[in-house]
Design a protein around this ligand. Structure first.
Ligand SMILES: Nc1ncnc2c1ncn2[C@@H]1O[C@H](COP(=O)(O)OP(=O)(O)O)[C@@H](O)[C@H]1O
Ligand SMILES: [Mg+2]
Length: 349
């Protein structure tokens, strides 16, 4: 984070918010109430060229919604998305197609994202053609070689069910690369795969980051894999990002009590955790996003909660080495910046 600057930023979210309307009940109609799920609130992040950014959080914290918003699959409730420094306008026209070509989404379940009646050749040919590229044997072979499915001829005429889970995810990645994107949004790309082949797929993504200079958003509920695989880590809780920084720093010196809880409950052979700590970590449940807690959303579960945490939303507090946390524990002696841009400037110094 300290060696990069604004010019590396490919995709940026500024204060991005998404509230989903909840189906109205009879009572809602009577009292004139419109309730919403606060799935994502005021999320700001940067995805940089040749960088993997992990977005970590438990199920239901809003990670997939962030990915879908960044892929322009949903309209925003609030905030702004910028691609290459330009604000992105909502719409379905040519600019939308150009956006989709540059920002590709990879899903958790490669079986669901590939059509079972079509071969690998069909999927890749279609991806190349949709994005106005040639789809000769050479291009198809190149795509498969990039995802390390070689010799390519052995895979081109296979159907999805004839491949292993890892091979299917590689085909899904090859198809995304068919668009020649700048950004890959990978939503839990290995969580459906056997543990034994996860590392291979993560290493492939890292290799693509380095060779194709892709900006990758790696979404996961597994903070241990973020440490291993991502350059930068962002931690999400109940629709908000609560901590960010270099992966090494965030995972070795977590600042936010929620991040500390995540790490304490993640299996990590390198670290011995006291059992009492684990017990404490496991307690509590994520809050309702229809009526999220006031103040800090984590306060009902937080072992360090103070009075102000119940009522006042903590801003981002800057810590050392580009790390920040939205937590009142750091209010003293820390410089506050609510603005992500200012944060980046501070980090670049
Ligand atoms: N299309 C939708 N309509 C209504 N609520 C949704 C929709 N998509 C997600 N949600 C809700 O938003 C919250 C965040 O979901 P999601 O982004 O899928 O979290 P994650 O990927 O971290 O598990 C959840 O409470 C979920 O029920
Ligand atoms: Mg999800």
């Amino acid at each position: 984070m300290t060696t990069t600057d604004q010019t590396d930023v490919v995709l940026e979210a500024r204060g991005v918010t998404k509230h989903f309307p909840v189906r109205r009940t009879g009572r809602d109609l009577v009292v004139g109430r419109r309730r919403t799920v606060h799935a994502v609130d005021d999320v700001s992040l940067h995805l940089r060229r040749s960088t993997v950014t992990a977005l970590v959080g438990e199920s239901g914290s809003g990670k997939s919604t962030v990915a879908r918003l960044l892929a322009q699959l949903y309209p925003l409730t609030g905030g702004e998305i910028r691609l290459g420094g330009q604000a992105v306008k909502a719409g379905r026209g040519r600019s939308f197609r150009s956006y989709v070509r540059q920002v590709q989404l990879i899903f958790q379940d490669p079986f669901a994202s590939l059509n079972p009646v079509h071969t690998v050749r069909y999927h890749l040919t279609r991806a190349l053609r949709i994005h106005g590229r040639e789809a000769t044997g050479t291009e198809l072979t190149e795509l498969l070689e990039r995802v390390q499915l070689t010799p390519a001829a052995q895979y081109l005429d296979k159907f999805p069910h004839e491949l292993s889970g890892g091979q299917r995810q590689r085909v899904a990645i090859a198809r995304a690369l068919g668009a020649d994107p700048k950004v890959l949004l990978a939503d839990e790309p290995v969580s459906m795969l056997d543990v034994s082949i996860r590392l291979g797929v993560l290493n492939l993504l890292r290799d693509l980051k380095e060779r194709l200079h892709l900006a990758i958003l790696y979404i996961t509920h597994d903070i241990a894999s973020a440490r291993y695989f991502a350059d930068t880590t962002l931690v999400m809780y109940a629709g908000r990002i609560v901590e960010g920084g270099d992966s090494e720093t965030v995972t070795q010196r977590p600042a936010h009590p929620y991040t500390q809880l995540l790490i304490a409950s993640a299996p990590d052979p390198d670290r011995v955790v006291a059992e009492a700590e684990q017990e404490e970590a496991g307690s509590g449940e994520p809050p309702s996003l229809i009526a999220p807690p006031a103040g800090c959303r984590f306060h009902p579960r937080c072992p360090k909660a103070m009075e102000r945490c119940r009522t006042e939303l903590p801003p981002r507090f800057e810590l050392a080495d580009g790390q920040w946390a939205a937590c009142w524990l750091y209010a003293d002696g820390a410089e506050t910046t609510d603005n992500a841009g200012d944060h980046e400037k501070a980090a670049a110094k």
